[in-house]
Ligand binder design. Structure first.
Ligand SMILES: Cc1cc2nc3c(=O)[nH]c(=O)nc-3n(C[C@H](O)[C@H](O)[C@H](O)COP(=O)(O)O)c2cc1C
Length: 148
């Protein structure tokens, strides 16, 4: 059983809901999700002990939140090269953040990213059966990269 950190930021709860559903998918794949707000991660030591990492950020002003940018500088110091990764976020119309986070994990941190790409969901579908399924499948896909 591998330990997968699901670290997210969420102002109004939509990305947090995605994080909950993704964690369920990780559990279904036989692995152990640990759910945290990025504000709980103070330095690179707080990123030790995990086998995989999924980071979540909604889009505000066509950008990541400033908290996520600070968090990614912490993650840079954690040396995540080769670790399993994924990224997600909610949005209403443009939805840049999830892909930005995914790209940073792939190209800067050189992580082993899930084949599905970033999971970017319009907020209106998160709380529907399709939204729940998409999130659970995403968590499962990251878990299945480890085998079960
Ligand atoms: C001031 C403001 C700016 C926003 N800017 C964008 C944006 O540029 N692009 C977009 O797709 N959604 C934008 N949104 C919508 C949020 O991404 C959306 O409500 C998202 O579900 C919020 O996630 P959260 O509940 O996890 O904070 C904006 C929302 C607010 C309140």
């Amino acid at each position: 059983m591998n330990k997968i950190l699901v670290a997210y930021v969420s102002r109004t709860g939509n990305t947090r809901k995605m994080a909950d559903f993704i964690s369920e998918g990780i559990r279904f794949s036989g692995h152990d999700p640990v759910l945290k707000k990025i504000s709980e991660i103070k330095n690179e030591k707080d990123l030790e002990g995990y086998d995989g990492f999924i980071f979540g950020c909604p889009t505000y002003h066509r950008d990541m939140t400033s908290g996520m940018k600070t968090f990614l500088f912490i993650a840079e110091r954690a040396n995540l090269v080769g670790k399993m990764g994924g990224a997600f976020g909610s949005y209403t119309h443009s939805g840049e953040s999830a892909q930005m986070v995914f790209d940073t994990m792939e190209f800067v941190f050189k992580m082993d990213m899930v084949d599905l790409g970033a999971l970017n969901l319009k907020e209106a579908i998160i709380d529907t059966p399709d939204g729940l399924k998409a999130c659970q499948e995403y968590g499962k896909a990251v878990g299945q990269k480890f085998g079960s």
